[in-house]
Write a protein of this length. Structure first.
Length: 327
């Protein structure tokens, strides 16, 4: 129509990120250490030495640290760690206590924790090499349920625990809905299972103290879709790339601005295919017959030639074609 202006979509600008974040995503060091490197004048972008970490870079920029090119961004990885009691979840402890990073396997790359566990809390702790993923999964808005097994001294009824479904306010602090189940009573203690989504500081202990219970053992058994299961104390297990992609999904991956590893054929077999070639499924067709050519479909091998006395057998292909002619 005359006078109508057609607006063309503006091409998306290349995504930029802070220089410290880009250095940290390469696996070289943490963001804090990256900022220190910038302040010391050891980082350059496109040949220009930076004097402030308040600088953003685009995917095509050339970055050097101490004169050496910065490595490419590593794909996001995730590990499950069974944290023992008695370790603090920090890289450096001013009081000189043992940290989890002193006990992790030496062959692990630089990792950070997703959230924290108190020194006396044990169980599942997620580790990652990507700060973006750590920040997103720590947010209460993400909504991942953290589930705990709790042993506490004292007594409580299921009715009191059910009241926690509506949340509770303690000394002016509001705690969101909590799932709590009384599993059993053992002497002067009770065993509970609790699930919460916020992860406030000392949340489980504070809430149970308000109910007259004193926690003497706390074990995190799951974080979102990831579970402790039978992982040995102190052991570390990496989540397979396919599982990580499936559990995070596109929405969380975009929110975290992370690079997920590409799935492989071995990690993502075709739906409906049996992992062992030729192994028949219950009620399914048999696998390739012995002597069949590679790639032959199960149950579709060449028809045997009909045996006739006094003459050669006719080709199987012609027999098949004749059989399909309309009568």
């Amino acid at each position: 129509m005359p006078g109508k202006t057609t607006h063309q979509p503006t091409p998306a600008a290349p995504e930029r990120e802070r220089i410290a974040k880009r250095i940290a995503r390469s696996g070289l060091c943490s963001r804090r250490d990256a900022e220190r490197l910038v302040a010391e004048g050891r980082v350059a972008v496109n040949g220009k030495v930076l004097d402030t970490p308040a600088f953003t870079v685009a995917p095509g920029d050339t970055i050097t640290v101490n004169g050496a090119p910065l490595a490419e961004v590593e794909p996001t990885r995730l590990w499950l760690y069974h944290k023992p009691a008695g370790l603090v979840t920090t890289t450096r402890d001013p009081q000189g206590r043992a940290t989890i990073f002193e006990r992790l396997p030496r062959d692990l790359p630089r990792v950070m924790t997703i959230g924290r566990l108190d020194i006396n809390t044990e169980g599942l702790l997620l580790l990652t090499n990507d700060g973006g993923l750590a920040r997103v999964l720590e947010l209460p808005a993400t909504g991942w349920l953290r589930r705990y097994r709790v042993r506490a001294h004292g007594g409580v009824t299921q009715d009191k625990l059910d009241a926690l479904k509506d949340g509770i306010t303690i000394e002016g602090v509001r705690y969101g809905p909590i799932e709590a189940t009384l599993d059993r009573t053992q002497g002067g203690n009770v065993w509970l299972t609790m699930g919460l989504r916020e992860g406030k500081y000392r949340e489980v202990k504070t809430i149970l103290e308000a109910l007259g219970l004193k926690v003497n053992r706390l074990i995190r058994v799951s974080f979102g879709p990831f579970m402790l299961r039978d992982l040995a104390v102190g052991a570390v297990e990496e989540v397979k790339p396919r599982v990580l992609r499936d559990q995070l999904g596109v929405k969380l991956a975009r929110a975290a601005n992370i690079t997920l590893p590409e799935p492989t054929k071995a990690a993502a077999p075709q739906r409906g295919r049996d992992s062992k070639q030729g192994a028949p499924k219950p009620g399914g067709k048999p696998g390739p017959k012995p002597g069949a050519k590679p790639g032959a479909k199960p149950g579709r091998g060449p028809r045997p030639a009909a045996a006739k006395t006094g003459g050669p057998a006719k080709p199987a292909g012609k027999q098949h074609a004749r059989r399909r002619r309309p009568v």
